[in-house]
Design a binder for this molecule. Structure first.
Ligand SMILES: Cc1cc2nc3c(=O)[nH]c(=O)nc-3n(C[C@H](O)[C@H](O)[C@H](O)COP(=O)(O)O)c2cc1C
Length: 385
């Protein structure tokens, strides 16, 4: 008998280690929570004792409200306003600015929310209404705390507000009667969830300015997928200008699919403006943009230097590799200067597409047949510098 118990104990230990191991292999995790009376905060503490994650608390803009007053009437009022017009931003109670506005660096997001009147707490609904679109394609998990009510409507709210999430698995319901057992419930839940692995290097964009290359993490949306498709063909060089004291921007020379939203762009953010312009930020600005990504790990001062803040006609090369600088004449960006570059150049001349700067191979300020001749000269002389 003792032997059986011993074997079972070893098997259970192996199972739990296996569950946690899949989380250990997971990509970056962000836990987003709202808590009025502290239960969700305690759940987040138990959760982050078990997995490595960044944590962000959502707070209402209006402080000191007593949601439990008049038999929880205020909470009901907030939810009624949302239910009456769920697509209207004005239906949602205001929240404080969030500390992490760019979710592009996260592979997994866990939402921890209280249940109010059998629905998702109104404050968390505001957050997801504003930021849920950034969770498209990411693995998203849901933990709900209630006194005793079931959570099916909260799950439905989450699916409405984050329609394009990849749900990690079933939501975890922690009710008052098992709140004290939350560590074990969370441990079992983690083991059952499908976490996304870390982002591959395909999610990285490399930005080169004046011979200096910095990596950026791409957002996952239709625009970045199309951009990656194009960059797989060839790197792209654009000429950007400083503007407004907060960005360098200019035309890409082609359009990308938009999913515009009001974005409070931060230093390091890369966005698409009006479908065919790229903006790289060394300051902040709020406007309707499609997120493309974020330059990794640079301070605001470093960004100002890297992006040549204040200057004009800045040549910016976008590529999927951090490899050597583009060779002169390598118009299609495949690393070689050959007849394929002549063909690409002629394609530009015959189409309405704006040719990238690097197509001006003879550097006379124009892209024309003279550049094709120059490429042939380079090939014949084997002088690709
Ligand atoms: C406005 C409001 C409405 C609530 N409605 C319900 C309810 O319908 N059913 C229920 O079981 N609990 C309800 N609760 C209780 C909370 O879901 C529960 O206490 C939860 O643990 C709170 O999480 P927090 O401490 O992180 O805010 C309500 C709480 C508030 C503030």
């Amino acid at each position: 008998m003792k032997r059986i118990i011993f074997i079972m104990a070893i098997m259970m230990a192996c199972c739990s280690v296996q569950g946690l191991a899949s989380v250990t292999d997971a990509g970056k995790v962000l836990v987003v929570y709202y808590s009025y009376t502290g239960n969700c905060r305690q759940i987040v503490e138990s959760l982050t004792a078990q997995i490595e994650a960044d944590v962000m608390e959502i707070e209402p803009a209006e402080k000191g409200l007593q949601y439990e007053a008049n038999n929880y009437a205020l909470g009901m009022q907030l939810l009624n306003a949302i239910n009456a017009a769920p697509n209207d931003p004005d239906s949602y109670p205001a929240i404080d600015p969030v500390t992490i506005s760019d979710l592009s660096g996260y592979d997994n997001i866990i939402i921890v929310t209280p249940l109010w009147w059998s629905q998702m707490a109104a404050i968390m609904q505001t957050y997801l209404f504003n930021y849920g679109s950034q969770m498209a394609g990411k693995h998203v998990g849901l933990i709900v705390s209630s006194h005793s009510s079931g959570i099916s409507q909260v799950v439905a709210d989450a699916k409405r507000l984050v329609p394009d999430a990849v749900w990690m698995g079933d939501a975890l319901w922690i009710k008052a009667s098992n709140h004290s057992n939350r560590a074990t419930l969370i441990q079992n839940w983690i083991a059952s969830q499908d976490f996304a692995p870390g982002q591959s290097t395909m999610d990285k964009l490399f930005v080169t300015i004046d011979g200096v290359t910095q990596s950026a993490t791409l957002a996952d949306n239709a625009a970045t997928r199309e951009l990656v498709n194009r960059l797989q063909e060839a790197s792209i060089t654009v000429t950007l200008n400083s503007s407004g004291g907060f960005e360098i921007w200019g035309p890409l020379g082609f359009s990308l699919p938009t999913s515009n939203e009001q974005v409070y762009a931060q230093p390091g953010d890369i966005v698409l403006y009006n479908g065919s312009n790229i903006c790289l930020f060394y300051g902040s600005n709020s406007w309707s943009y499609t997120r493309l990504g974020h330059i990794d790990n640079l301070t605001q001062d470093e960004l100002r230097t890297f992006l040549k803040a204040g200057e004009s006609n800045i040549n910016v090369t976008l590529s999927l590799t951090s490899g050597p600088a583009v060779k002169r004449g390598d118009v299609n960006g495949d690393g070689e200067v050959n007849i394929g570059d002549v063909t690409t150049l002629i394609d530009y001349l015959l189409s309405d597409e704006t040719a990238p700067d690097m197509a001006d191979v003879n550097e006379d300020g124009e892209v024309n047949i003279g550049d094709a001749t120059k490429i042939i000269d380079i090939i014949l002389s084997d002088d690709s510098n």
